[in-house]
Design a protein around this ligand. Structure first.
Ligand SMILES: O=c1nc[nH]c2c1ncn2[C@H]1C[C@H](O)[C@@H](COP(=O)(O)OP(=O)(O)OP(=O)(O)O)O1
Ligand SMILES: [Mg+2]
Length: 197
């Protein structure tokens, strides 16, 4: 079995990657699995690409092995693109998923259903020692509901209805979510690129 390192501390992402890599027989190791505590990496970029590169390159430098990082978030048209790259800390430094999604619902209180358009964005950065960092992006279009629904997933999943679905991403099993997710689409791009190498 092959192993890849994903430079994340987010348990929800780790579960998504476990689901995505399971059919390929690839074991996912995250920063949560390492014996030493990895300090939080400051995400000072203003784009998903910049932040993904910061995380991938920091961990690649430290361990001198190939690393993937994921920077992702929810982009809401009626909120001028917020929370965007600030999705994790939208309602404050404590990175509270519930508070974050409530803040989005509050911001959309007076916005009609047809204008509640949003997309999830995922940028994967691959950093290898001595090589230029590579980026792949995936997006998943949808709309924001009026209230949270569903117990699966993480983050903003309970308020996000992918286009064509009557269920939120949190009402889908991990397998269903990751057939259509932004993370899936970014990973497909990455796999296509790997095959071309
Ligand atoms: O599939 C998803 N379903 C629901 N919500 C999602 C998803 N994908 C990203 N999100 C949200 C969660 C978090 O509020 C932000 C990611 O922020 P982001 O900085 O990339 O991750 P993080 O700080 O939680 O972990 P880390 O930087 O260690 O990977 O977007
Ligand atoms: Mg982060």
């Amino acid at each position: 079995m092959k192993e890849i390192i994903i430079a994340t501390k987010n348990r929800g992402k780790v579960k998504d990657f476990d689901t995505l890599f399971a059919p390929l027989n690839i074991k996912v190791t995250s920063l949560l699995d390492l014996p030493e505590e990895i300090e939080d990496i400051e995400e000072t970029g203003t784009t998903f690409e910049e932040n993904a590169a910061i995380k991938a390159e920091a961990i690649c430098e430290k361990f001198r092995v190939p690393v993937i990082a994921d920077d992702s978030g929810l982009v809401v048209d009626a909120l001028n693109g917020a929370p965007g790259v600030y999705s994790a800390r939208y309602a404050g430094e404590q990175k509270d998923d519930q508070a974050n999604l409530q803040k989005v619902l509050k911001g959309l209180e007076d916005v009609a259903q047809e204008k509640r358009i949003a997309r999830f964005v995922c940028v994967l950065a691959v950093a290898k020692p001595g090589e230029v960092t590579v980026f792949k992006r995936g997006e998943c279009e949808g709309t924001i509901g009026k209230e949270p629904a569903g117990e699966f997933g993480f983050g903003y999943d309970p308020i996000f209805y992918p286009t064509g679905s009557k269920r939120t991403m949190a009402q889908m099993t991990p397998e269903e979510k990751n057939q259509i997710s932004h993370r899936r689409k970014a990973l497909d791009q990455l796999m296509n690129w790997v095959k071309e190498q």
